[in-house]
Design a protein around this ligand. Structure first.
Ligand SMILES: Nc1nc2c(ncn2[C@@H]2O[C@H](COP(=O)(O)OP(=O)(O)OP(=O)(O)O)[C@@H](O)[C@H]2O)c(=O)[nH]1
Length: 310
């Protein structure tokens, strides 16, 4: 028996805010990876989902594919600081370097200014373009056909998929198509990490959201959250250690609050949120560290999920 062949590659998931990208990524991966929220533009950092798929292969047994999904929030942000500029650039670079670019469109909303702008930008992308019309549970079929024509008139798409990410309708077919579209080759991430990495990023994102909710008047964009340790315990719980990197001692004091009250509250809410998402007990430990140049050092971007290619 021959060893099963493997395929692996990157799929950049782009689309206007609220198109359903996070819901789709979660559906493809089969677990809750990124934060799904009705709020516009909740995710500031890149969230990676890794979907594994089996491909029936004629004659030679099965092939397995690792589809690394790159969510690209930040395409629309106004970038002033270096880290923010890096994020916008990384978002577009994700689209340009990927093996496939999937444009997700909210079929109910149709082609808004943002979707149009992205489609225009995709003219320059060398990667094959897939059009994913999402939320088909909300619209009649004729509308889907005219929408397909409208978008293909802006930029031609190699394939069009009609899905409901929410109802998991058509998501399996889309994953199978991604699996065949990524090149033959070894997996990009070890399978054990494939499971862990998005969770580490998720955990960092949950804490960052709490920081944002509780300190947004004061300094959220100055801080970055990094999950440094992720340890699955035999009793089913998980121990998570995170560092909140701030730039100045004064900011550290704000984070800590009187007698550490603030950081405790951030930690308690993040732990609660994370426990609910993971459906398991979470022990969360937060450290606040002054890392003055942290945000300017690109070698750190990878650890918060910005740089997905080694
Ligand atoms: N009816 C319906 N609603 C959907 C579908 N997919 C996503 N939604 C909803 O659309 C809203 C936005 O979905 P998200 O997955 O957060 O969208 P997003 O593109 O990741 O949004 P940003 O993070 O803001 O860029 C949520 O309320 C989802 O529940 C779908 O197939 N059908």
């Amino acid at each position: 028996m021959s060893t099963p062949a493997t395929r692996a590659g990157f799929v950049a998931v782009v689309g206007a805010p609220n198109a359903g990208k996070s819901t789709l990524v979660n559906g493809l991966v089969g677990s809750k990876v990124s934060i799904v929220s009705p709020k516009v533009q909740t995710t500031r950092m890149r969230v990676i989902g890794i979907a594994m798929a089996d491909i029936p292969d004629k004659g030679e047994g099965e092939a397995r594919a690792q589809v690394v999904l790159v969510d690209t929030p930040g395409i629309f942000s106004v970038a002033k600081r270096r880290l923010e500029r890096a994020m916008v650039a990384a978002a577009w670079q994700g689209a340009d370097d990927a093996d496939v670019v999937a444009l997700v469109v909210d079929a109910e909303r149709g082609v808004g200014a943002e979707t149009k702008a992205i489609a225009e930008r995709l003219k320059d992308s060398r990667a094959p373009r897939f059009l994913v019309l999402n939320k088909i549970d909300l619209v009649p079929r004729e509308k889907l056909l005219s929408l397909t024509a409208e978008l293909n008139a802006i930029v031609p798409f190699e394939r069009t998929f009609m899905v409901s990410a929410l109802k998991a309708d058509g998501v399996g077919d889309l994953l199978a198509a991604f699996a065949l579209a990524v090149p033959a080759g070894p997996f990009l991430y070890p399978e054990d990490q494939a499971a862990d990495l998005p969770l580490r990023l998720l955990a960092a994102e949950v804490t960052r959201e709490q920081v944002f909710l509780q300190l947004h008047q004061e300094l959220p964009y100055e801080a970055a959250v990094e999950t440094e340790k992720w340890e699955d315990r035999p009793d089913g719980s998980v121990r998570v250690e995170q560092t909140i990197h701030v730039q100045r001692e004064g900011q550290r004091a704000i984070f800590l609050g009187k007698g550490g009250a603030r950081i405790k509250q951030i930690g308690a809410r993040a732990r609660h949120e994370l426990s609910q998402m993971l459906e398991r007990q979470v022990h969360l430990f937060l450290h606040v560290k002054v890392s003055e140049r942290w945000a300017d050092d690109p070698s750190h971007y990878r650890s918060i999920g910005l740089d997905f290619k080694a």
